[in-house]
Design a protein around this ligand. Structure first.
Ligand code: PAF
Length: 286
């Protein structure tokens, strides 16, 4: 795997791909790669001639400085995984390479960045939108791959790409889970053993709620039970558990006939904040 550090290096390799008429799939990451990332890469390889990955722990999307400082860094293992996965290049810029000048614009995604993650992590989606826009402009991929685990991020990115006419197709890849259901996430590396054990409650609560809803139970009742399930874990501190429309992120009180729906949740396990979601019904828009 070719390691690129500067925008200039990416530009020159990109032009080689253009000249040989090769399509480029791109997987942006913050490193600490796990099998979820590998599944994004595999999907990218199936649909593009060449695949590039970026590893950049983007400071502007962290609303919590401790979370930023302690974000897991496993560069050597990451490079081995990328090599094994057969990635063509990895772009690993320094902060100054991406943010050489102070950014003056800020992005407003309307309701999408004010609810759920947006409400609990002020400024987070402005940081995500800014860095994704920069990376797409630097790498100029044909396709870019993002995980369903960050469902609201995915919607934000689709909105960014659509509203600002980026010439890239955004592909969603399903969440990969550990055997006990915990959604794969780089932050799982920071869970202490007891927190790790109790973290499985998120997926259990999501599955419970999905099944009850599909069986016709009332959402408010289902939500109450699911919230209780999570709060019964001594190390869990729930932030939200909501039924939403998976692209507009409007909250729903019930499943609506032809509309897709997902349940999204966020909770701290000890000091570590985890998110997860599950589709209840998928619609044609997905
Ligand atoms: O999902 C992530 O890892 C990050 O939010 C992303 C999309 C790489 C932007 O920094």
């Amino acid at each position: 795997v070719e390691v690129l550090k500067t925008k200039a290096e990416v530009k020159s390799l990109r032009s080689v791909f253009y000249k040989s008429n090769k399509t480029l799939g791109f997987v942006p990451t913050m490193g600490a790669l796990h099998n979820g990332h590998v599944s994004l890469i595999e999907k990218a390889k199936l649909s593009s001639d060449c695949v590039g990955v970026s590893i950049f722990v983007n400071p502007t999307q962290f609303n919590n400085s401790i979370d930023f400082e302690k974000y897991p860094k496993t560069l050597e293992e990451d490079l081995k995984k990328l090599q094994n996965a057969g990635v063509d290049f990895v772009f690993i810029p320094e902060v100054d390479e991406i943010y050489s000048l102070k950014s003056n614009i800020s992005l407003d995604f309307g309701h999408l960045d004010k609810t759920l993650e947006g409400a609990f992590r002020p400024g987070h989606f402005n940081g995500v939108g800014t860095v994704v826009a920069k990376l797409l402009n630097i790498v100029k991929p044909d396709l870019a791959f993002f995980g369903q685990k960050d469902l609201q991020q995915l919607s934000i990115i689709k909105c960014l790409v659509n509203d600002l006419s980026f010439d890239v197709k955004i592909i969603e890849v399903p969440t990969l889970r550990e055997k006990d259901g915990l959604a794969m996430s780089s932050r799982n590396l920071r869970l202490l053993p007891e927190e790790r054990e109790q973290a499985t409650v998120l997926f259990r609560a999501l599955e419970y709620a999905k099944n009850e809803l599909l069986a016709g139970e009332n959402w408010l009742k289902v939500k109450e039970n699911a919230v209780r399930l999570i709060e019964n874990q001594p190390l869990a501190r729930l932030e939200y558990f909501e039924l939403i429309h998976p692209t507009s992120f409007t909250t729903l009180d019930a499943l609506e006939n032809l509309e897709p729906a997902a349940i999204c949740t966020a909770a701290y396990l000890g000091e570590i904040r985890l998110i997860d979601n599950i589709y209840v019904k998928t619609g044609e828009s997905l």
